[in-house]
Design a protein around this ligand. Sequence first.
Ligand code: 2HG
Ligand code: ZN
Length: 475
Amino acid sequence: MMREGPSSALGQLQQRFGADLIVTDPAQLAVVSVDHRQLYRGQALALALPRTVEDVSALLALCNALRIAVVPQGGNTSYCGGATPDASGQQLVISLRRLNRIRSVEPENDSLVAEAGCILADVQRAAEEAGRFFPLSLGSEGSCQIGGNLSTNAGGLNVLRYGMTRDLVLGLEVVLADGRVLSTLSRLRKDNTGYDLKHVFIGAEGTLGVITAASLKLFPPPAFAATALVAVQSVDAAIELLMQVKHDSAGQVSSFELIPRSALELVQQYVEAAEIPLALESDWYVLIEITSSQAAYRITEILEQGLSRAMEQAWITDAVIAQSERERQNLWYLREHIPEAQRRRGESLKHDVSISIDRLAAFLRQAADWVAQNVPEAHLICYGHAGDGNLHFNLSQAPGSATGALLAQQDRVKRAIHDLVQSFDGSFSAEHGIGQLKVTELERYSSPLELELMRQIKRGFDPNHILNPGKVLNV
Ligand code: 2HG
Ligand code: ZN
């Protein structure tokens, strides 16, 4: 282990916590210093691997006293560089991967308490073993950590039915900038005692405190699923279909994913074992899933009837309903591999936007027209969680366009798309957060009063500005 002089920041960390907790191995630092999309390459001072909440508390107390900047990192799957240190070599990355216990499961209260370093799939599994369901579900669930999901208020595939991560939380344990531990691991669903402090930390991306554990809501398991891939006439028709199926199923639609033909073609081209069960003759498709915990509730029939009525209305032109769990998994495989297919295609520009559902189709038309007229280097791959209004308005490098040509357009494209989103009263950051990628966007699109209040909160919780500097807000 590299040793520093005892008076340097690193030296003091090493002296106090030892080589087990403070890692300086260059190979490990290299891994935590680059983000998932490889947009940012930083240089961590060291990697802290606390084993307990007391370790996190002591680490933050010392960092606060020495003014060492701290970058909390979960599974390092951020799309916005939210967990990547800067290049100064002065920021300490804290990974909570060793705090990975499910502390308790309370099936009768439909809740469990998980530590921040638990992999999301392990939280889902713990719920399942107790005969319950934890609905947060995202493509990276095999590697992202619940602490990161909470810190970014992650969205994912089931928001339409169960809400964002924020909606799934009963209580939190958080270490504050000065090392004090705020423990509100409540199991209560009703609790109006003053300000609800947990919500300040959820979505704050580690800039206000380090979440170490959470008390989470569980639900009855959706033992029965009806899942279909449907070719729709247009995005307007897809929205009509959504309204109808939501109504017919009495709100049991858990996912409604809009997928363009361009995305399925990419998956077909770049992803192994991709089986697309419909002819690619339509511009737009949707993946619908209705779930229920009761067999008696005939969701497959509801879906079939809904689709045949939609066919009569000419909203849809073709559909396939999964006849087995394997077929269902195959439909989800296609959807979940779109980001990977896009990555393999080459450079991309991503816009994680949300628009109210009644205006979604109009937004998409205008935004797509703008791209067609103004960005010849781009191939539009716009897909997403249309059921909750979230679109990944992504551009991939068009076949034959030179490397770097699309990326060179980044600022111009971002401005046009985000300004359009603003004119539709939408959000430029629906589910991926701000990180370092969208700090200037937050500044541009928030009102002066919102920014003032956010800065006051930041100063109040982190007066020495040690928590994830450069993320979310320019202070
Ligand atoms: C998804 O919905 C993720 O698959 C990633 O949020 C979106 O790659 C993207 O832009
Ligand atoms: Zn998404």
